[in-house]
Write a protein that binds this ligand. Structure first.
Ligand SMILES: C[S@@+](CC[C@H](N)C(=O)[O-])C[C@H]1O[C@@H](n2cnc3c(N)ncnc32)[C@H](O)[C@@H]1O
Length: 279
């Protein structure tokens, strides 16, 4: 786990990015300044201690599981021929896919600052980012997380991890491909104030998910795109979205890109612009 000083360095870097892009953030600038300070209150610190214990367990776990690759290796959102079920150790999955502690704390602080009622995550994996989000909702005392994962074994592990930290009431993990789950999930859990897109790192897929989700957002809602670095396709999708879509603020943090929905009549404006991004 990173030391306090590495969080300090990360926070300084994030603060620099926020101050450089202050004008692009509009009315969200003050909230983001508080988020990127990454400072934790005593109860927030205690929640992070529990998450870090779970991280340490996952990082050390030699357990082998059968899983399918729903990641960047898939094409057109169907499993590619080489992505047949294969065995992986949990420790290896954790190291490859879970949000690092610094970005986990960022998501935690974002949830604390925005106080969302309804959060959507695409890409649960072992549930590590979900633990940060659900823990922040717990401290907020309000709000629910719905997270979607294609692989059934990973979904089960994530559910168990969330339950072990007592977050089963704040979170649900849905199993299935995003394209299959979203049509029912969105109307049932809308409107969303915060969306975290962290799976299927292809340009067309990212644009498609955004197009579907944007019709179910509250005014000023935040959509966070993970991995706009180093995944060029995700960066390209995010760049197209911030150039074409009306918004109330954007922020490029290199690892994560933020887009904030317009502050009023999101749905109507989005409907009018429905096919600006995806042609
Ligand atoms: C980078 S990992 C998510 C990491 C997690 N958010 C965290 O930080 O702990 C991406 C996950 O998305 C899932 N995934 C990718 N494409 C998907 C799709 N089209 N439908 C459903 N799940 C998908 C993968 O199986 C993988 O577990």
């Amino acid at each position: 786990m990173p030391s306090t000083s590495s969080f300090g360095f990360f926070s300084t870097w994030l603060k620099l990015l926020v101050s450089r892009q202050h004008r692009m953030l509009g009315g969200h600038a003050e909230a983001l300044k508080a988020v990127v300070s990454l400072k934790l209150s005593p109860d927030e610190h205690e929640a992070e201690v529990h998450i870090n214990r779970m991280r340490a367990e996952l990082e050390a776990s030699r357990v082998l599981i059968q899983m399918q690759d729903f990641g960047a290796g898939t094409r057109g959102n169907v499993l590619s021929s080489e992505s047949k079920p294969h065995e992986r150790r949990i420790s290896e999955i954790y190291k490859r896919a879970a949000a690092p502690p610094s970005w986990g704390r960022f998501m935690f602080r974002l949830v604390r600052a925005l106080k969302p009622q309804s959060v959507l995550e695409l890409g649960t994996n072992l549930g590590v980012s979900a633990l940060h989000i659900a823990s922040a909702l717990e401290i907020n005392g309000d709000g629910k997380l719905v997270s979607i994962e294609g692989d059934p074994t990973l979904s089960d592990i994530a559910r168990e991890n969330l339950a072990r930290l007592g977050h089963e009431g704040r979170s649900s993990v849905l199993t299935g491909r995003f394209d299959d789950v979203l049509p029912d999930c969105l109307p049932q859990n809308r409107p969303f104030d915060l969306v975290f897109i962290d799976g299927h790192h292809e340009e067309a897929a990212t644009l498609r998910y955004f197009e579907t989700i944007k019709l179910h957002l509250t005014p000023g809602a935040c959509v966070a795109f993970d991995d706009i670095e180093p995944f060029r396709p995700v960066r390209k999708a995010w760049k197209r979205i911030i150039a074409a879509e009306p918004h109330s603020g954007t922020l490029d943090l290199y690892g994560i890109g933020l887009w904030f929905a317009p502050l009023s009549s999101t749905k109507q404006e989005s409907d009018a612009k429905a096919s600006v991004v995806v042609q």
